[in-house]
Design a protein around this ligand. Structure first.
Ligand code: NAD
Length: 260
């Protein structure tokens, strides 16, 4: 990644998946810029960014389009171009990440879809404008996009939209050499992860029944992110790449493991 410059959106702290991806990229020589949501998180993100030698650390609440525009204007002014984008942003009202999906409110549906799905399209469009020589865009999704997961609810609908966006953006930007992919990570203990009711049960269930019988770390996601953002994945686009210890291939755990 030597000589490549990228923007990482979505670090909240050193447990964030975005931090796992950023660390893997920096280790291989990438130069990074970061965004943070609000000054409270900025206090955590700035020292983390500095520890990777990054000085371009910008505020960005994706609900505010002026923030998004300002970030890409600052990158255009400072770097002139961009090689990759990492988008690890999601939000929904935690009161609706429990119970029935059917009870989702209109307001939270709109907000969840805007922050967790459409913000990737808005960032991708602006990043692509700074990629005259091609580039790579990456976002983060979850298995609740394709299969019903208890309590994941409207976030599953947002992730389905995000995954479809990956395919449409890959089609839009492929002709100019920009690749667009997502990693579908198994459960990781993060701030966002903890917002889902019974997150611990989901985490333990997947760990117990995934073929590899292990939990996913941010380093595991970082390795896959590094691959997808690097030239090693130069012919990979529009892909949803599972980093879930194999959980997504299982239709049902072995009955004896469930004591049925
Ligand atoms: P996290 O809490 O560390 O990161 C979520 C980030 O989203 C935070 O940095 C937060 O500031 C940002 N964010 C939320 N609303 C925002 C807004 N309006 N503007 C700008 N930023 C905003 O949690 P994480 O688990 O690392 O989440 C990163 C991504 O990974 C999310 O898309 C999440 O859905 C996805 N993911 C998480 C898991 C998991 O189990 N933790 C599994 C698969 C996918």
């Amino acid at each position: 990644m030597q000589g490549k410059r990228g923007l990482v959106m979505g670090v909240a702290n050193d447990h964030s998946i975005a931090w796992g991806v950023a660390s893997a990229l920096a280790k291989e020589g990438a130069e990074l810029a970061f965004t943070y949501q609000g000054e409270a998180l900025g206090k955590r993100v700035k020292p983390l960014a500095q520890s990777l030698g990054s000085s371009l650390v910008l505020p960005c609440d994706v609900e505010n389009l002026n923030d998004v525009d300002a970030v890409f204007a600052a990158i255009a002014e400072t770097w002139g171009s961009l090689d990759f984008l990492v988008h690890c942003i999601a939000y929904s009202d935690r009161n609706e990440l429990r119970g029935r999906y059917a009870d989702t409110s209109r307001e939270n549906f709109q907000r969840t879809l805007l922050i967790s799905a459409f913000s990737f399209t808005e960032a991708a469009k602006r990043a692509a404008a700074l990629m005259p020589n091609g580039g790579s865009l990456l976002t983060l999704t979850f298995g609740g996009a394709t299969r019903a997961m208890p309590n994941y609810n409207v976030m599953g609908i947002a992730k389905a939209a995000l995954e479809a966006s990956v395919r449409y953006l890959a089609t839009d930007f492929g002709p100019v050499g920009i690749r667009v992919n997502a990693i579908s990570a198994g459960p990781v203990r993060t701030l966002a992860g903890a917002g889902i009711t019974d997150a611990r049960a989901m985490f333990n269930y997947e760990k117990l029944h995934a073929p590899l019988r292990r939990a996913i770390t941010i380093e595991d996601v970082g390795g896959a992110g590094l691959y997808l953002l690097s030239d090693l994945a130069r012919c990979v686009t529009g892909e949803i790449h599972y980093v879930d210890a194999g959980y997504s291939i299982i239709a049902m755990p072995r009955p004896e493991r469930l004591k049925l």
